[in-house]
Design a protein around this ligand. Structure first.
Ligand code: ATP
Ligand code: MG
Length: 405
């Protein structure tokens, strides 16, 4: 928050403006001494005025959501969201009509949780209208105002409540909030897949995802957003194995696998949550692996699988296979060594190409590909050790064989 890029934005907005403040997550995270990544700034100035002030200071301004009061400032390499103070005029559960205001308290009142309603001036004065700091220290996740009313206004807050509970909650969830969640769980259907995905993947990424999923299940919310999941044992073991390197998508795969889901079920979730094609493929392959993973001694089969699948997917499959194997064994039968092999893995490439095949007189066409894949199979069997010279000799032999037949 004190970085030169940040200062430049704050100074631009302060020039003749009404005085910006840091708001939301960055204030919360700074109080906890966590690393602040995204910086949100609020100001009483209207968006057009914000753009004018930024441009006058030589900063780039993008009208991200003028209607809702949001302008993105680019300073150095960093992006800052600058939002005009707002209040809700009418809410619809999935979106709201807003009006601009110059009242900081009004703006804080429309924020979801007490720990997210903090703001802070550039010189460090903290504004905390709902005792968010006390709640943060106690690990108490509380809605600003009445839980039920807040979820009725915007149903996404139900998931946000559990998301922030997953990261900051220490006390058991507040019974009034749980009751409100139970009452509104069915309304989650109305939300867009993207919004649900963002919250759910953050929940899955959290340090102790199982406890939170149990709550989501108990209030009937899991059934709405992820009917493909049921039990959490596999996820529990996976999370323990992952340690400091959690992966939300891999954890999602564990949930679908434990419920007996198929690659098709994974694709259904991916479509509903609008996952990218790459993530959809990865999820489907994690749920329905293209090949089995076995712990082994010499590591040759493992290296071949690594080559075929690539280190990312292979690592995913090792984690999942290990978590699955843990149901019937306590000691590691050799999965740790497979992960070690991923860390040591350097990409290898077949030392001959299509041009080499054609140079031996094979006409361009399907035969070239067939010869190359037979050569590749041989090269894999030999654990990628063949030199280019050896590979060319083998290729010549293969060509002669084809010609002879
Ligand atoms: P993160 O570190 O995950 O970005 P964050 O608190 O910044 O956490 P955002 O989703 O970026 O969370 O939202 C920024 C701020 O906007 C929140 O701190 C909160 O004050 C407010 N906010 C966001 N979504 C809602 C919502 N659905 N209802 C009410 N307030 C919200
Ligand atoms: Mg944020």
């Amino acid at each position: 928050m004190t970085a030169p890029e940040t200062r430049a934005v704050i100074e631009a907005l302060s020039a003749e403006g009404a005085g910006p403040r840091f708001v939301g997550g960055c204030v919360r995270d700074a109080l906890l001494g966590r690393r602040v990544i995204d910086i949100d700034i609020a100001t009483p100035d209207r968006p057009e005025r914000v753009i004018e002030l930024l441009e006058r200071a030589g900063l780039k301004a993008i009208p991200t959501g003028i209607k809702y009061g949001t302008v993105t400032a680019i300073s150095g390499e960093r992006h800052f969201e600058i939002t005009t103070l707002r209040r809700d005029v009418k809410t619809y559960g999935r979106h709201a009509d807003v009006a601009f205001t110059d009242d900081w308290e009004e703006d804080a009142s429309r924020r979801d949780l007490t720990i997210n309603a903090l703001s802070c001036t550039p010189d460090g004065a903290l504004y905390d209208p709902f005792d968010g700091r006390r709640d943060l220290e106690a690990g108490r996740i509380r809605f600003v105002g009445e839980a039920e009313k807040r979820i009725e206004e915007d149903h996404l807050r139900l998931l946000r409540y559990f998301r922030f509970y997953a990261y900051f909650g220490k006390e058991p969830p507040d019974p009034e909030a749980l009751e409100a969640c139970r009452k509104w769980a069915r309304a989650l259907d109305a939300l867009s897949g993207e919004r649900v995905r963002d919250e759910m993947l953050k929940i899955l990424d959290a340090p102790g995802p199982v406890a939170v999923l149990e709550h989501l299940k108990a209030v009937g919310a899991l059934r709405q957003v992820l009917p493909e999941a049921d039990g959490f044992d596999l996820l529990e073991r996976l999370a323990a194995l992952e340690g400091e390197a959690p992966d939300g998508l891999r954890r999602l795969a564990a949930l679908i696998r434990e419920a007996g889901g198929s690659g098709n079920d994974a694709r259904t979730v991916a479509a509903r949550w609008r996952l990218s094609n790459a993530n959809a493929d990865r999820l489907a392959q994690m749920v329905e692996p293209p090949l089995g993973i076995e712990p082994e001694r010499d590591g040759g089969a493992g290296r071949r699988a690594l080559y075929r699948l690539g280190p990312e997917l292979y690592r995913d499959l090792v984690y999942l296979a290990w978590a699955e194997a843990m149901t019937h064994m306590d000691t590691d039968p050799g999965f740790g060594a497979l992960l070690e092999a991923v860390r040591r893995w350097r990409p290898v490439k077949l030392p001959v190409r299509g041009a080499d095949v054609r140079a031996l007189g094979v006409p361009a066409g399907p035969e070239v590909g067939e010869l190359l894949s037979r050569l590749e199979a041989w090269w894999l069997e030999g654990d990628f050790k063949a030199s280019r010279k050896e590979a060319l000799a083998k290729l010549r032999a293969l060509v002669a064989q084809v010609r002879g037949s």
